[in-house]
Ligand binder design. Structure first.
Ligand SMILES: C[S@@+](CC[C@H](N)C(=O)[O-])C[C@H]1O[C@@H](n2cnc3c(N)ncnc32)[C@H](O)[C@@H]1O
Length: 336
């Protein structure tokens, strides 16, 4: 896809969930000067996300530019006329401040509500290994909020509420099959994340980047992020800077052989080039020959389930889909 096509695609993706970004993205797709600025973003990083987040990052710090008047999280009475001229002015005026973010930052949206799909999947795997404590290894954890999954409370409507944590994650269950959750959370032996660029919830600039990646209309996600970041500050996850594929074997070697492992990733694999996807699969399959290892991978929107993502499970022998979930975890269907 050309850059203009990427912004058009992104605008379509925003329909119904962010009218502000939809309109700005369509404006960018037709503006050669802003597209030239977007060329500064290295490929495979989610160019539209990075440009919009870089602008948002600055507005969160200083909302004095007229563009802020269009952002529903920055003003009580957002303007409704075309936001693109103000966006364009901002990009021209703040180009030198934007460039370091465009060149160095990544799409690292840490959507903690995705844990509403992970929690039943972890429970399922825990049952599979006879409730032995699991060593969790997350690939592409961003700030590691989802590694703190057992600190949160889960509300699944009629299915019930599980946990006592102050950060409450709610999700609608859209399947007849009930996700296998209970008040007894799966026991944890250890938790480690491997990310090319781990974000630190104690660092103001990193937390602002996480906030900036959330679309301005999504106030509930902003609130959840703040609560989950507070949890992660109290229970800092062990995050290792590295490549999920190249560094996975060393991380696995550090986990005692008799401890069952649950490797998981959500919305990370789309950032890998195809050959790296194949290498990741091969590494995991090889590791599963040597020890008890399960892999959960949340990836790829599928039309079959209203454009939801699928959570696939590899048990060491075969692959099955455990759940379909809305991209940010607002609902799930349990499939097994
Ligand atoms: C969109 S974020 C998803 C974060 C988190 N998994 C979630 O679902 O909220 C993707 C993360 O994957 C990381 N990532 C991408 N490629 C990677 C690689 N080869 N090795 C390790 N991390 C990678 C990025 O740095 C980023 O933090």
């Amino acid at each position: 896809m050309s850059l203009a096509e990427q912004f058009e695609w992104f605008a379509d993706w925003c329909v119904g969930t962010s009218s502000l970004y939809e309109r700005i993205a369509r404006g960018i797709a037709n503006d050669p000067e802003v597209l030239t600025l977007a060329e500064e973003i290295p490929p495979k990083r989610g160019t539209p996300n990075i440009l919009l987040a870089a602008v948002h990052w600055h507005l969160l710090d200083d909302g004095s530019h007229p563009l802020a008047d269009y952002y529903p999280n920055l003003t009580d009475d957002p303007k409704t006329d075309d936001p693109f001229p103000a966006f364009r002015d901002f990009c021209v005026e703040y180009e030198s401040e934007l460039l370091p973010l465009l060149r160095n930052r990544r799409t690292q949206t840490n959507a903690v509500r995705r844990c509403t799909a992970l929690f039943p999947a972890f429970s399922h795997i825990s049952n599979e290994v006879g409730n032995e404590p699991l060593a969790f290894v997350e690939l592409g954890p961003s700030a590691g909020l989802n590694l703190c999954w057992d600190e949160y409370t889960y509300e699944y409507g009629d299915v019930g509420t599980f946990g006592t944590g102050e950060c409450v994650l709610d999700a609608e269950v859209r399947s007849e099959k009930i996700p296998p959750v209970s008040v007894d959370f799966p026991p944890v032996a250890s938790r480690i994340g491997i990310d090319l660029n781990p974000l630190d919830v104690r660092d103001e600039a990193d937390v602002r980047w996480l906030r900036a990646l959330i679309w301005p209309e999504h106030g509930d996600r902003q609130r959840l992020l703040q609560r989950a970041a507070n949890v992660a500050r109290q229970h800092p996850p062990d995050l290792r800077q590295g490549d999920a594929i190249e560094d996975l074997p060393a991380v696995l070697m550090g986990i005692p052989d008799d401890v069952p492992v649950c490797v998981f990733d959500t919305q990370m694999r789309y950032q890998l080039p195809d050959p790296a996807q194949d290498r990741l699969r091969a590494r995991i399959e090889a590791a599963a020959q040597e020890r008890t290892l399960h892999w959960l991978s949340g990836h790829e929107a599928t039309d079959e389930w209203d454009n939801a993502f699928t959570l696939d499970w590899f048990d060491g022998e075969e692959y099955r889909s455990l759940a379909a979930y809305e991209q940010h975890g607002k609902w799930l269907r349990w499939l097994l």
